[in-house]
Design a protein around this ligand. Structure first.
Ligand code: FE2
Length: 403
C-alpha cells in the first residue's frame, strides 16, 4: 500500500465563530481583503457579522458579489481586475462552492500569468496564490479544504478542473449559524453533493485508509443529519454535523478524487447549467448500480454507515441497501429521480459522453469505464430506469452512437 496525505488548511469550527473572522485573518498578516460572494448571501445578511469582525480589527475590505452558479472564466477575469484596482492582499470566500471556487481562481490568478483556462489539469500553477480564507454557507462543497477549483468555459460549455497543492485555502471557518436559514432545496442538493463526495471518495481506486476513514464517517454523519436539516432547518446540531461532514468528505476527496458521478455531473453543469448537487443526487443511484459488481464490500460498509441492518444478508444484498437508501433520501427530499426533470436533453449525448470521458474522475472510478458505459448511465438516468432492461423495453432516443 502506498499513498500520500496532505491537507494544509487550518480549520476553525464552532457556532458563531464567523464573528471572529477578522482576528483570524489578521493572524495571517493580511491588510486589505477582497470578499468574494454572491448576491443571495448578501441579501440573506450573512456578511453582517463577518464585516463587523473585519472592522473591529481595522481590516480594509471590498466586496465582489457577482459570483454566479457554475462560475465562468469571464467572471474570474472581472474579479481579478477588481482585486488589482483595490490592491487586495487576501481573498475571503463567503458562500457555497461557486463562491469558494471563484475565490480560489482569483487568489491563484492574482499571482500567476495568463488566464485561468491555461491551468486546466494537475500541477500547472507556478506561483503561490494570495492567502485564501473560505467560509462555507452551505454544507456540501467541501471546497474549503480541497486542492481543486472547477471553472466553466462558456465558449465550449465545458467545466474544467484546476488542481494543485497551491489551491488549498489557508483557513476554513465553519459556522453552522450561517446555514440555519438555507432553503430546503439548497439544503437537499448541497447535502447530497457532500454524500456523493463521501461515497465516491470511499470507493475510489485512489482511496487510502486515511481518506476512507474521513469518507465513511462523513457518510454516517450525513445519513444521520441531512434529512433533519431538510425538515427542521433550525436544528443547529444537525446543521453543524452536516457542515463538519461536508468538510470531512472534502478532505477525503482532495486525496482520493471522485468518480463517474462527478465526471458526468460536471458535464451536465457545463452544458445545461443545472445545480451541481441535484445532478449528483439524481445520477448517484445509477452510477452505484453500475459500480456494484466492482465494490460490493465498500457499498456494504456504506449501507451500514447509512443505518441499515445488514445481518443475515449476502454482501451483494447488503450493498444494494446502500443504493436503496440513497434513493429513499432523494425521494424524501423531493429530488428528481431522473436527469430529464433537471433539464437534460439527449440531443447532446455525444458531447456529454465525450466531455465526461475527459474527466480524470473516470480513471479512478472503481469499475473500469468506457465511453459506452457513460452513454448507458446517462441514458438510464435520463429515463429513470434503474433496472437492467432489455433493449426495446424503453423508448430509445434517436441519436448517433459514439462507439
Ligand atoms: Fe461535488
Amino acid at each position: 500500500m502506498s499513498f500520500k496525505y496532505f491537507m494544509p488548511t487550518q480549520v476553525e469550527s464552532g457556532n458563531g465563530i464567523s464573528n471572529k473572522t477578522g482576528e483570524l485573518i489578521k493572524e495571517l498578516g493580511a491588510a486589505r481583503v477582497l470578499i468574494v460572494t454572491d448576491k443571495g448571501v448578501r441579501a440573506a445578511n450573512l456578511l453582517e457579522g463577518i464585516e463587523k469582525s473585519l472592522q473591529a480589527v481595522s481590516l480594509d475590505y471590498e466586496i465582489f458579489d457577482d459570483v454566479e452558479p457554475n462560475p465562468s472564466a469571464e467572471t474570474i477575469r472581472r474579479a481579478i481586475d477588481y482585486l488589482k484596482e483595490h490592491n487586495s492582499d487576501a481573498v475571503l470566500a463567503v458562500g457555497g462552492g461557486s463562491s469558494i471556487d471563484t475565490a480560489k481562481a482569483i487568489a491563484l490568478m492574482a499571482k500567476n500569468p495568463g488566464d485561468i483556462l491555461d491551468y486546466e489539469g494537475v500541477g500547472k500553477i507556478i506561483n503561490p496564490p494570495l492567502p485564501l480564507i473560505a467560509i462555507p454557507t452551505t454544507a456540501g462543497t467541501g471546497s474549503e479544504v480541497t486542492n481543486s477549483t472547477v471553472i466553466t468555459n462558456k465558449e465550449t460549455s465545458f467545466k474544467l478542473a484546476v488542481l494543485s497543492s497551491y489551491v488549498y485555502p489557508k483557513l476554513a471557518i465553519l459556522d453552522p449559524a450561517l446555514t440555519l436559514n438555507l432553503p430546503q432545496g439548497i439544503t437537499a442538493s448541497t447535502g447530497m453533493d457532500a454524500l456523493t463526495h463521501a461515497i465516491e471518495s470511499y470507493t475510489s481506486k485512489a482511496a487510502s485508509p486515511i481518506s476512507q476513514a474521513l469518507a465513511i464517517q462523513a457518510v454516517k454523519m450525513i445519513g444521520e443529519n441531512l434529512t433533519k436539516c431538510y425538515f427542521v432547518g433550525t436544528d443547529i446540531e444537525a446543521r453543524e454535523n452536516t457542515l463538519v461532514a461536508s468538510l470531512m468528505a472534502g478532505a477525503a476527496f482532495a486525496q482520493s478524487r471522485l468518480g463517474n458521478v462527478h465526471a458526468i455531473s460536471h458535464t451536465l453543469g457545463g452544458v445545461f447549467n443545472i445545480p451541481h448537487g441535484f445532478a449528483n443526487a439524481a445520477l448517484l443511484p445509477f452510477v452505484m448500480k453500475f459500480n456494484l459488481p466492482a465494490c460490493a464490500e465498500q457499498y456494504k460498509d456504506i449501507a451500514v454507515a447509512l443505518g441499515n441492518d445488514v445481518s443475515g444478508l449476502s454482501t451483494i444484498e447488503a450493498a444494494k441497501k446502500a443504493i436503496d437508501t440513497v434513493i429513499e433520501m432523494n425521494k424524501s427530499m423531493n429530488i428528481p429521480l431522473n436527469i430529464q426533470e433537471l433539464g437534460v436533453s439527449l440531443e447532446y449525448l455525444p458531447k456529454l459522453v465525450q466531455d465526461s470521458m475527459r474527466s480524470g474522475n473516470v480513471l479512478i472510478n472503481p469499475r473500469l469505464t468506457k465511453a459506452g458505459d457513460i452513454q448507458s448511465i446517462i441514458e438510464k438516468a435520463y429515463y429513470g430506469n434503474l433496472e437492467e432492461t432489455e433493449a426495446g423495453d424503453i423508448p430509445q432516443p434517436k441519436i448517433p452512437s459514439l462507439i
